[in-house]
Ligand binder design. Structure first.
Ligand code: KET
Length: 467
């Protein structure tokens, strides 16, 4: 513990002060001139004061933060020494041997980068130009009119989280008081992001536990009821944590209501390619809104689909209005929005890291590598689908209660929302060494075919024997 200097004015007797009173006193960092028996004489503003050196940290008032509900699970998993342990907490892809996976295309792109001997100079604040170009093309489709008409301001961000945080800062600064509506439930970090950015948020209904499906009526009603001009946060595909996405017809209706209410759609696209195995299919929700000429925000992440978790590579895209009348205004708006995103980024992190941006630019920008990537992504999405099927088969075969587990097959993406409550999830961890988030979510990307039966036993025990 660091030693704290407590300044006690010479006029005040010091020895009898309680620790609390001392802590309330003025903390001094001034240089010392003389020291006798635990007291140090200092000169301050011409007055002589006595400073007591005590073993109290000035950070003592900083309280203990709770562990992160998702990343904290990985920490707890590491500390468990049981051989049967299984980490289904964080959404990170593992091989059938449950090992982390670096995509072959990523290794190839890195080799190319090494051969070229690229430098490590700072990137511009908005990031690598080649990355920004391909990331927007991947999202909207290269021949989408929003790109042809240059209606998108794209800046590289610190993966999905950093991109969302940057957009939140833009909302806070330019739309003061505007609310963000998030789905109930949603990825836990959304609330932290908007809280820290001081952006007010509320929830719209999304998941219906009775049907273990989408509460579409509730969702539409809540979006309708929100004050006009609110930001509506939508998961582009593979909704986290539920794995339940609206159908194409439902997306149309969601777009209708958002348009009617003059809301601004704000997409979080963290799983493009991971829901269906197809990059284009998984971007169809975003493209539907863009094709309607709506203004929208889209955060992108390459953590999952390119396995670049630790490279922190993603982007923030702001699509500006399309009407012919507004064409000139739109051009100006794009430039202005981009300039403000840069202004927000500069004091936060100055400019983004280059390595992941180069990988994405090389993979997406090179037709041979791009095709290889698509094949690897299909392989990853396919492995998750196989595990999903096997888990369902195991549950159905072992559970004699007649419970219908078919909702697991209707969910898509990396996760399954099991419906287990907190006590049941605790039982999964404490008794079975299965690590998962307390909302009942399991990451199927961390499960192997070989472990499905064991997991089914754990789920059946927790579901039927813990209330
Ligand atoms: N959005 C969603 C919906 C999401 O699930 C994640 C990550 C992110 C954004 C951000 O990912 P990034 O690595 O910043 O690009 N989700 C997983 C990891 C995490 O919580 O950070 C997860 O839910 O396990």
């Amino acid at each position: 513990m660091a030693s704290t200097m407590l300044s006690i004015a010479s006029a005040t007797p010091s020895a009898s002060l309680s620790m609390h009173e001392k802590l309330k006193g003025k903390v001094k960092l001034g240089s010392t001139t003389n020291s006798t028996a635990g007291f140090i004489k200092t000169k301050s503003f011409g007055r002589v004061s006595m400073v007591a050196a005590v073993n109290v940290s000035r950070f003592e008032g900083v309280t203990m933060a709770p562990p992160d509900p998702i990343l904290g699970v990985s920490e707890a998993f590491k500390a468990d020494t049981d051989e049967k342990k299984l980490n289904l907490g964080v959404g990170a892809y593992r091989t059938e041997e449950l090992q982390p996976y670096v995509l072959d295309v990523v290794k190839k792109a890195e080799n190319l980068m090494l051969e070229r001997g690229e430098n490590k100079e700072y990137l511009p604040i908005e990031g690598l130009a080649a990355f920004n170009k391909v990331t927007a093309e991947l999202l909207f489709g290269a021949d989408n009119s929003v790109l042809k008409e240059q209606r998108v301001a794209t800046v590289q961000g610190l993966s999905g989280t950093g991109s969302l945080r940057l957009a939140a800062a833009l909302i806070e600064r330019y739309f003061p008081g505007a609310k963000v509506l998030i789905s109930s439930p949603t990825w836990g970090n959304h609330k932290n992001i908007f809280n820290d950015a001081r952006v007010p948020w509320s929830e719209y209904r999304y998941y219906d536990p009775k049907t273990v499906g989408l509460d579409f009526e509730g969702m539409i009603a809540d979006i309708k009821a929100a004050p006009g001009g609110s930001f509506i946060l939508l998961h582009g595909c593979a909704h986290n944590p539920t794995g339940i996405d609206p159908t194409p017809e439902q997306w149309e209706k969601i777009a209708d209501v958002i348009q009617e209410k003059n809301h601004i759609p704000f997409f979080d696209v963290a799983y493009q390619g991971f829901a269906s195995g197809s990059l284009d299919n998984d971007a169809s929700s975003v493209r539907l809104f863009a094709t309607r000429g709506m203004e929208l925000l889209v955060a992108q992440s390459y953590s999952k689909n390119l396995g670049l978790y630790a490279e922190r590579i993603g982007a923030m895209n702001v699509v500006c209005s399309s009407s012919d009348l507004a064409a000139r205004c739109c051009e100006v708006a794009v430039i202005q929005v981009k300039s403000q995103l840069k202004r927000l980024a500069r004091p936060m992190y100055s400019n983004p890291p280059v390595h992941g941006a180069r990988i994405v630019a090389n993979v997406v920008g090179n037709p041979a590598l791009f095709d290889e990537w698509k094949a690897e992504m299909e392989m990853m999405a396919g492995r998750i689908k196989n595990v999903r099927q096997k888990l369902f088969d195991s549950l159905s075969a072992k559970d004699k209660s007649g419970k219908d587990w078919s909702f697991i097959l209707r969910q898509i993406g990396m996760f399954s929302f099991t419906g287990l409550n907190k006590a049941q999830s605790d039982n999964m961890t404490n008794k079975w060494h299965v690590y998962m988030t307390k909302d009942g979510r399991i990451s199927l990307a961390g499960l192997s075919l070989a472990k499905c039966e064991y997991l089914a036993d754990a789920i059946i025990d927790s579901y039927h024997n813990v209330s």
